[in-house]
Design a protein around this ligand. Structure first.
Ligand SMILES: NC(=O)C1=CN([C@@H]2O[C@H](COP(=O)(O)OP(=O)(O)OC[C@H]3O[C@@H](n4cnc5c(N)ncnc54)[C@H](OP(=O)(O)O)[C@@H]3O)[C@@H](O)[C@H]2O)C=CC1
Ligand SMILES: CC(C)(CO)C(=O)C(=O)O
Length: 344
């Protein structure tokens, strides 16, 4: 490995530009691979990375190495895969013939199986599961803003040692976990809100400030927790409150929630979920990799998950162009009805 390891971001979008941009702005050697639209934007404006706590970093256009082609992969020591889940297989196929021996790959994606998909396509390489806890919104003109807190998390592995300092210097952290599956499930419980946020068509903070939307999330999480219990999966504790108690907190009245869940509401007022981004841009969402995983696990264990199945159905409907103007109350009634009739 060269004295300064080379990091390549595969999938320069919100997460890729933000994480890679902060690494580049603080001295790491980073190259980006992305689509023409993002490449043109970043070449024109450079990268501007801000966060909700006031961090403000820039990489001038002349210093950003970004391309649509995969050439940068051949010299990468570490590849961060930051495409949406449906694009993981194609990403792996692009990486496979180009990575040099010993190159390491981290999947910084939501969902459960992206690293496994990459591992299957990249035998001989160490592929690690990562987790991004914070929200990033693309603001245009190369500006990416992180609207909530958290440090990057990753599966524990000795190969990470040469890279930890760069992530720390960038203010991103790189917390290593022995049980990354537990971390992924804990994150997925939060990501059950992605579908709700997309249907609400509201910023996350506004949505989570309304009890009816929180009660929808409590229903989806409660159902998922019951399925996890049945499957013997214990989600990690990523917040001061254990995962099992979060639905109770979510169900509390607005005034109580506002006081008890200050941290959960410490979100940039404009931030929305990545699923809202996808629906808004007319792209297929990751709902199958989030709520769909709860439905699949339920079926594997001989039970059903009607609330999450209904959310998958509603998001598919919205992907197909049918956008209903949901209120939290109307969706809550719909989800309770799905639970009652229990067809999933
Ligand atoms: N945004 C957020 O706040 C958070 C997102 N995440 C997760 O992080 C992952 C990435 O999300 P996000 O950054 O929002 O996604 P984006 O859609 O913003 O970024 C992914 C980018 O990769 C591009 N891409 C896909 N395939 C290729 C390819 N073969 N070659 C080059 N570029 C490619 C996409 O282009 P195109 O769309 O044209 O295919 C897109 O521009 C997801 O799993 C998401 O759930 C996790 C935490 C927070
Ligand atoms: C950070 C969070 C939970 C919400 O933005 C997310 O993961 C997403 O939008 O996909």
């Amino acid at each position: 490995m060269a004295s300064t390891p080379e990091v390549v971001v595969f999938g320069a979008g919100s997460i890729g530009c933000y994480v890679g941009g902060r690494l580049a702005a603080t001295g790491a050697t980073v190259r980006f691979i992305g689509r023409e639209r993002v490449v043109a934007e970043v070449r024109a404006h450079g990268l501007h990375l801000t966060d909700w706590q006031g961090a403000d970093l820039k990489v001038p256009a002349a210093d950003v190495r970004i391309d649509t082609g995969p050439e940068a992969l051949s010299t990468a020591d570490l590849v961060l895969v930051t495409v949406k889940s449906a694009a993981t297989e194609e990403a792996g196929q692009t990486l496979a013939p180009r990575l040099k021996p010993g190159a390491i790959v981290i999947s910084f994606q939501n969902g459960l199986h992206n690293a496994a998909v990459l591992r299957g396509l990249l035998p001989g390489h160490t592929v690690l599961t990562g987790m991004v806890p914070f929200n990033v919104a693309a603001q245009g003109q190369g500006h990416f803003h992180a609207g909530s807190e958290g440090t990057l998390e990753v599966e524990r592995h000795a190969v990470l040692a040469p890279f930890v300092e760069a992530f720390t210097r960038a203010g991103l952290g790189l917390k290593q976990h022995a049980d990354i599956v537990a971390v992924q499930w804990a994150k997925l419980l939060f990501n059950l809100n992605n579908a709700l946020n997309a249907l609400a068509n509201l910023p996350l903070k506004e949505e989570l400030s309304q009890r009816a939307w929180r009660r929808c999330l409590a229903l989806a999480q409660g159902e998922a927790l019951a399925v996890l219990g049945r499957a013997g999966v214990k989600p990690a504790k990523l917040t001061p409150l254990p995962p099992g108690l979060i639905p109770v907190l979510l169900g509390s009245p607005d005034a109580v929630f506002g006081v008890l869940a200050k941290k959960m509401l410490a979100i940039d007022p404009k931030a929305r979920s990545s699923m809202w981004d996808d629906l808004h841009a007319g792209r297929k969402t990751e709902v199958d990799y989030l709520n769909g995983e709860v439905v699949r696990l339920a079926h594997q264990h001989g039970v059903s998950a009607p609330v999450n199945a209904r959310l998958v159905e509603l998001i598919r409907e919205a992907e197909g162009g049918q956008r209903r103007p949901w209120t939290g109350e109307a969706l809550l009634a719909d989800l309770k009805q799905a639970e009652l009739t229990n067809v999933s």
